[in-house]
Design a protein around this ligand. Structure first.
Ligand SMILES: Cc1cc2nc3c(=O)[nH]c(=O)nc-3n(C[C@H](O)[C@H](O)[C@H](O)COP(=O)(O)OP(=O)(O)OC[C@H]3O[C@@H](n4cnc5c(N)ncnc54)[C@H](O)[C@@H]3O)c2cc1C
Length: 438
């Protein structure tokens, strides 16, 4: 009995998309040269690259949900070039430069695809603000500046006055702007990437795989109404990889949540007084991510939960409390928009590891995975998925060499109930310590 993805149906990004025809589910007996399981950024990139390298192979890309309903379609839409959070603290400068160049390769690849296939996903090279509310956040900003200097990366100080003209709020005391990040509409990008896959990739949606086994040299994937056989299995299943028995006690399932408004009217835009299409991440990691989208919606994201059963771990009462917390965060920034309601609140699950290490490579006989992106999977999923396909096909490149050097084995977790208690208390402590930055 495995736990399947169990995402809520209230993701604003997905709801904002027009309806599209559903791809068929897995039915009957199928066989394929390659199966890619999971159609987030990682799985999409694996399937595309396999198809490029092996244009006459039959490649099945299978997802339990509709394309765009998983974490890749429900995140905050930052495609980040810089190594993130703990990766930025890595003692080896060469390690960080490799992460930076891998992320930039991903951005280049996505930019090319967005332009080639005319994917309407608000893809914008607008950089990103890292914002502080008070002294605690400012101390983090100072540290961040020091890390940027070490990396030799460009950045700008943005004072309160200038920042308020962009953000339409005086809530932040200052920020650091870095120019290399992109913003996008994640569900639209994921859908566009899926729709532009080469012809030899077939997508099966609404097709949960409940178990895998090896029979006569083939992997057999068991679905609800069908089964598929393949010699080579690539897992783009992120945290759910552990459900198949791999990386079992090494990945931590974490959920974070977002809410957004409807698009602001012209009159509300006047009251808002800021600019369109920017993104701010918190200087203190446990703070709030804030975005004004290109289509005039204000989005807030914060709160973390340890979710051993993924979406099923979250009750309606928890969701209600999170939405109320988001509302307080919104009102503190935009009191003049108190009459603008939230239309959506949603959550999404991703994997972190205690040593903040990403897994990339082979898990079993002809089973491969890129898993555990530690919460920044748009760029990382894209490049790791691409390079995993290269790895499977025996290609070689400097980028493949780099990714093998910067990835490794996520560390083992303590057993339950100690793990759950430990993660819960760390999340609570971080929230309490960062309350002034929320
Ligand atoms: C609210 C939120 C905000 C975030 N903000 C950002 C951000 O701004 N920038 C950023 O880079 N990252 C962000 N992240 C993290 C990012 O979304 C993830 O790191 C990224 O989506 C991981 O991509 P992936 O392809 O590896 O996995 P996923 O997107 O999780 O894809 C895995 C897929 O596997 C499928 N699957 C799993 N099990 C099965 C099964 N048994 N059978 C069939 N299919 C299965 C799932 O349905 C899913 O579609 C955020 C996450 C959340 C939740």
């Amino acid at each position: 009995m495995i736990h399947l993805p169990n995402d809520d149906t209230s993701c604003g990004w997905y709801d904002a998309l027009p309806d599209t025809a559903v791809n068929p589910p897995l039915a009957g007996e199928e066989s394929a040269d390659y199966v890619v399981l999971g159609a987030g950024f990682a799985g999409l990139a694996m399937a595309r690259r396999l198809a490029e390298l092996s244009p006459y192979s039959r490649i099945l890309l299978i997802d339990a949900q509709r394309i765009g309903q998983g974490a890749s379609g429900r995140n905050s839409g930052f495609v980040i070039d810089l190594p993130h959070k703990f990766a930025l603290e890595h003692p080896d400068p060469a390690h960080k430069q490799k992460l930076l160049s891998l992320n930039r390769l991903a951005i280049k690849q996505l930019s090319k695809l967005v332009s080639k296939y005319n994917i309407h996903c608000q893809w914008s090279a607008v950089g990103k603000f890292q914002g502080a509310v008070g002294p605690r956040g400012e101390a983090y900003l100072d540290h961040f500046e020091h890390l940027m200097k070490d990396l030799g990366e460009p950045y700008l100080h943005v004072g309160a006055e200038k920042l308020s003209k962009v953000l339409g709020t005086r809530y932040y005391s200052r920020a650091i702007f870095t120019p290399g990040g992109y913003l996008m509409q994640p569900a639209a990008l994921v859908r566009g990437l899926a729709q532009s896959l080469p012809d030899n990739v077939e997508i099966l949606e609404n097709s949960p795989i409940r178990g895998i086994s090896k029979e006569n040299g083939y992997w057999r994937l068991q679905g609800d109404n069908g089964v598929v056989k393949t010699p080579d299995l690539l897992l783009g299943t992120s945290i759910f990889t552990r459900e198949f028995g791999y990386l079992k006690n090494r990945l931590l399932p974490v959920m974070t949540f977002a809410s957004w408004t409807r698009p602001l009217s012209d009159e509300e835009m006047q009251r808002y007084g800021g600019q369109l299409n920017w993104g701010l991440t918190p200087a203190d990691h446990a703070g709030t991510t804030l975005r004004m989208t290109a289509d005039r919606r204000i989005l807030v994201r914060n709160s973390y939960k340890h979710v051993p059963k993924y979406g099923a771990s979250v009750t309606d009462a928890m969701r209600k409390r999170i939405r109320e917390d988001h509302r307080q965060v919104f009102l503190a920034r935009y009191p003049a928009l108190a009459d603008v309601p939230f239309t959506h609140t949603w959550g999404g699950v991703y994997a972190i590891s205690r040593n903040f290490t990403n897994f990339f490579g082979q898990l079993d006989d002809r089973v491969y995975a890129s898993a555990c992106d530690n919460g920044v999977g748009a760029a990382w999923g894209t490049i790791s998925g691409t390079l995993l396909a290269d790895f499977v096909m025996g290609e070689s490149s400097p980028a493949l060499k780099d990714i093998r050097q910067v990835t490794g084995m996520p560390s083992l977790n303590p057993p339950e109930p100690f793990l759950g208690m430990g993660v819960k208390s760390r999340i609570h402590l971080a929230k309490w310590q960062s309350r002034s930055e929320l």
